[in-house]
Design a protein around this ligand. Structure first.
Ligand SMILES: [Fe+2]
Ligand SMILES: [Fe+2]
Length: 275
């Protein structure tokens, strides 16, 4: 099939999106739209997969058999999310098999703070480079990161690419369950004198890392993503929604929200995507 010239595709696509229409077919995409869409979906796919691999040791290291099953279920959910996203990418002609074989999604960094840097050539959001060393880290991942992902992914649920919206429905529901798991455990650990300080310390570690995932305010990339209907809000708007949500939860569970200062020079241009 011969495609229409890129300029024509771009005009038609923008017109359709402006009217609230959704893109369903690759033939409708302009080169630019396809490039930005691929980039965003790749970030999500890689993050889902790296997230799953980071959780794997906790199937065995969890506090009891009930939690072993919970963690195994969460690992399965994340691998499923990755699979859903990679299938969509295959639809855009990405050679997923070759990509999967040539990247190490098990790679983790040894540093406490890598700011917004990437540690390898995969596209995962950089929070997924940190290792999960303690049970309270695992819980904080559910409490902070899954919550952050939820806020970020709200935009994808109703984005301009219909197959992505469809895939997101199931993913979003499962992320809400991960978050609920984080909330139950955060409450439990915070209420006990034995574990309160540990969970507060883990919160201090994971909260700033999560605040960094959203990308910097007024980023030119975000403007483009919004033009193409792939995002709806500025990075900083999403971050503020997450911060307000977590502030309320932390107050309920007796945790103190750590101070987070945006360092403009270190903020990535990219918005984050999920876990
Ligand atoms: Fe996920
Ligand atoms: Fe998750």
């Amino acid at each position: 099939m011969t495609l229409e010239p890129n300029r024509v595709r771009e005009e038609k696509l923008l017109e359709k999106i402006a009217k609230g229409g959704k893109i369903e077919d690759v033939a409708e995409m302009s080169d630019e739209y396809r490039e930005h869409l691929t980039n965003l979906m790749m970030m999500q796919a890689d993050s889902e997969l790296a997230g799953a691999f980071g959780y794997v040791p906790w199937i065995q290291k969890s506090p009891d058999i009930k939690e072993t099953l919970q963690v195994a279920q969460i690992v399965k959910d994340e691998v499923r999310h990755a699979r859903v996203m990679y299938r969509l990418l295959e639809g855009l002609d990405v050679d997923v098999d070759a990509y999967y074989k040539s990247h190490n999604f098990n790679l983790r960094v040894d540093a406490g703070d890598i700011g917004t840097l990437r540690a390898a050539d995969d596209k995962r959001v950089n929070i997924f480079y940190y290792p999960i060393e303690e049970w309270s880290d695992f819980i904080m991942f559910n409490f902070c990161m899954d919550r952050g992902a939820g806020h970020q992914l709200e935009d994808s649920l109703d984005c301009s690419y219909k197959p992505w919206c469809d895939g997101m429905e199931g993913i979003f529901k499962e992320e809400e369950m991960h978050m609920a798991h984080g909330d139950q455990w955060t409450k439990k650990l915070s209420e006990s004198d034995k574990t309160h300080d540990d969970v507060q310390a883990a919160f201090e570690k994971w909260y700033p890392r999560t605040m960094n995932i959203f990308g910097r305010a007024n980023s030119p990339k975000n403007v483009l993503y919004r033009k193409y209907g792939l995002k709806k809000r500025d990075n900083d708007e999403v971050r503020s929604a997450f911060a307000a949500d977590i502030k309320e939860k932390a107050a309920k569970f007796g945790l103190k929200v750590p101070v987070w200062t945006p360092v403009a020079a270190r903020m990535s241009d990219e918005p984050f995507i999920p876990g």
